[in-house]
Design a protein around this ligand. Structure first.
Ligand SMILES: [Zn+2]
Length: 375
């Protein structure tokens, strides 16, 4: 079977001879759709009036699954051009990045994933961000040269490949050549010239075992990503009144300030706890004192405040802070009080008969709590 996209990557529409294998599963000749293999997602498109919903290589045959049955015969087949250009551009970008990484730093590609949004390449060694930027620069230089992507055929033993090609072809192997930069056995769909990729952006990296994984985007997806980044940076520059280069240090400074302020608020609130205890409203239910307090106090202090209040009145206490609730009881009634509140207000929490820490579905008032307890 002839894979048309190997030798004619710009043909997206042609007549195919269709043979039914089983129900909605068919094979076609020539093969115009790229299957799900080699880390590159399957194409989508149509054959006649049927949509192609899955394409897989099974025992050397490329099986197309359609959304409805067709009879044997000749049909027009159309590839979803936007999706193909996206995956072929991303895949060709991978050849270029892998090649640049080898040339610059002797890295070997140990894994590849081409996605519909972002793509990853795994390298056998760890490199830093400045090295990644050099790889990105060389990749863009190769794109700018607008080199023709050639397909050659050779014997498998002569081919160097980053992929497991077992079960895909026998006898002859397809070599993808990008000028003097890369010659690698590969079964994927590529663009016709490196310039067709447009943009390659390496957007992230992480350590993986002894090596690293880089995440990159290409073509239209790279433009989309860069536009989101630019808009975000523009907004941040406006907020911090600084240049892009100054942003990181200003954000770190701002986070340090926030931590210091939180510490001061914490200390201040801790010193206010005895005063808050005195301001609680005390009600008596069946001779049992319950202190109720609603204040915008930090969740870090709420349990302590509940304990101080219950101890002072030798009864139970309920502290509300936004949607946080803490219940303490000197008389082991905390769980019973919480259960009673839960019968009216949706809330979750846990603890013991002496102390409960919970979360209300929405903020509530002292008045509401009093009404629930009075029932
Ligand atoms: Zn390839």
């Amino acid at each position: 079977m002839k894979r048309l996209y190997w030798t004619n990557p710009d043909i997206y529409e042609t007549e195919v001879e269709l043979t039914v294998i089983d129900d909605n599963q068919v094979i076609i000749d020539p093969i115009i759709f790229h299957p799900n293999e080699g880390g590159q997602p399957a194409d989508t498109g149509t054959i006649g009036s049927a949509k192609v919903i899955n394409i897989e290589t099974v025992s050397g045959r490329i099986i197309h699954t359609l959304d409805k049955a067709l009879a044997d015969g000749k049909y027009p087949a159309c590839v979803n051009i936007a999706q193909r250009r996206n995956s072929a551009g991303s895949h060709t970008a991978q050849h270029i990045i892998s090649s640049a990484a080898t040339r610059l730093f002797g890295l070997k590609t140990s894994g590849v994933h081409i996605g519909l949004e972002t793509n990853t390449i795994d390298f056998d060694k760890l490199i830093d961000w400045s090295q990644i930027q050099k790889i990105e620069q060389m990749a863009m230089a190769i794109v700018s040269e607008n080199i023709v992507i050639e397909t050659l055929f050779d014997k498998p033993e002569n081919a160097d490949s980053r992929f497991d090609l077992s079960g895909i072809e026998t006898g002859m192997i397809r070599i993808v050549k990008i000028g003097d930069y890369d010659a690698n056995a590969c079964c994927g769909a590529h663009v016709a010239r490196t310039g067709d990729i447009g943009i390659i952006r390496i957007i992230d990296s992480e350590k993986r075992k002894d090596g690293c994984r880089i995440t990159y985007v290409a073509g239209g997806k790279a433009l989309e990503f860069s536009q989101v980044e630019t808009a975000t940076l523009k907004e941040l520059r406006k907020l911090y009144k600084c240049s892009t280069a100054e942003l990181a240090s200003l954000i770190v400074k701002s986070m340090d300030n926030a931590r210091q302020l939180n510490k001061q608020v914490d200390q201040l609130q801790a010193s206010m706890l005895p005063g808050l205890v005195d301001s609680a409203e005390i009600i008596a239910i069946d001779g049992h004192n319950i202190g109720i307090l609603s204040d915008n106090i930090s969740p870090r202090h709420i349990m302590k405040l509940a304990g101080m209040l219950a101890e002072k009145i030798n009864g139970s206490s309920i502290i509300i802070s936004d949607t946080n609730i803490a219940i303490n009881s000197q008389t082991s009634k905390a769980r019973a009080i919480f259960t009673r509140i839960q019968q009216t207000i949706n809330c979750k929490g846990g603890g013991s008969d002496t102390a409960i820490n919970g979360k209300l579905e929405k903020p509530t008032t002292i008045q509401s709590i009093k009404q629930i307890l009075a029932k």
